[in-house]
Design a protein around this ligand. Structure first.
Ligand code: FES
Length: 90
């Protein structure tokens, strides 16, 4: 899966590191933070991918889970060459 976040491309494997969920069927969303009960704010609009199976959230840029950064979706390098988006799988 290739994502365009603010003009920067990122690629993630379509497999959640938690239990193999299809990340490509997840929802792209902001990071929700809270200063306390009843207060919440959004940051990093459209930079977070939420797995459809158990709602773990991943940073699209790094593949790391927000809750536990040691859990990481596989990422692939992406480049733009001659106007084409090129994904390097090797
Ligand atoms: S399989 Fe993705 S959160 Fe569990």
């Amino acid at each position: 899966m290739v994502f365009n976040v603010g003009g920067q491309y990122y690629a993630l494997r379509n497999r959640c590191p938690h239990s193999g969920g299809p990340l490509g069927r997840g929802v792209i969303r902001p990071h929700v933070i809270s200063r306390g009960v009843g207060h919440f704010d959004f940051e990093r609009e459209a930079e977070i991918l939420k797995c459809p199976f158990h709602n773990w959230e991943f940073d699209i840029a790094t593949g790391c889970a927000l809750y536990d950064p040691s859990m990481r979706a596989k990422t692939y390098p992406v480049a733009v060459e001659d106007g084409e988006v090129v994904l390097r799988l090797g």
